[in-house]
Design a protein around this ligand. Structure first.
Ligand code: IMP
Length: 192
């Protein structure tokens, strides 16, 4: 079985994605390839940030790898929080404060929103991009205890429950992240 580096040091995330990809590949973390540096995310778009991480690893370590980046996009706020989703209200990465700031800015505006995940895979020198989106809208009130980030205020299209009111299994059937990683899985099938 060949190994593929996933540009993360988050063991929980690695396990979740290994579970989606199955045993056709063995994922390894950044630390396992000897990368201990913080990789900057200097760009204005989620796609560009995912690409810069994958390219950095390819150029520095010459290993096949993929990187992901996700965020919440609210068109009425010109795409905010977008690339700044984790730190929207400040560097503390405070989910509650981020949600409060969304409410403050969104009052009276169109509440349509979507989550997006972009994965950049660099494999044997080629670059491939996979995107997953989950459409929905923002609620002015939190519902549910599961999940993380903006889940308690995100009502996915066609559902009467927020992401935070769903089990991980349920969310994984419709989430942006699952859609993007299932595309990656289909691509790798038979190729890797
Ligand atoms: P990451 O790129 O997966 O680390 O996501 C960046 C940020 O986007 C997170 O810290 C959250 O604020 C937000 N985000 C991404 N995916 C989700 C999700 O599935 N639910 C809630 N918030 C999310």
């Amino acid at each position: 079985m060949r190994t593929l580096c996933f540009a993360t040091n988050n063991a929980h995330k690695l396990k979740e994605i290994q579970n989606i990809l199955g045993d056709q590949v063995k994922l390894v973390t950044l630390e396992e390839i000897g990368c201990f540096e913080e990789i900057d995310e200097p760009f204005d778009t989620i796609a560009a940030n995912s690409e810069v991480k994958a390219r950095f690893i390819w150029e520095r370590f010459k290993v096949n790898n993929f990187a992901d980046d996700s965020g919440l996009v609210i068109p009425a706020l010109d795409g905010e929080p977008g690339v700044r989703s984790a730190r929207y209200a400040g560097p503390e990465r405070d989910n509650k404060a981020n949600i409060r700031l969304v409410w403050e800015r969104l009052r009276g505006l169109d509440t349509s929103a979507y989550f997006v995940t972009v994965i950049t895979l660099i494999m044997d020198g080629g670059t491939y991009v996979f995107e997953g989106k989950a459409q929905g809208r923002i609620l002015f009130g939190e519902r549910g205890e599961n999940g993380f980030g903006y889940d308690p205020v995100f009502l996915p299209e066609g559902s009467d429950r927020t992401f935070a009111e769903m089990s991980l299994d349920e969310k994984s059937k419709i989430s942006h992240r699952a859609k993007a990683f299932n595309k990656l899985k289909a691509f790798l099938q038979g190729r890797y």
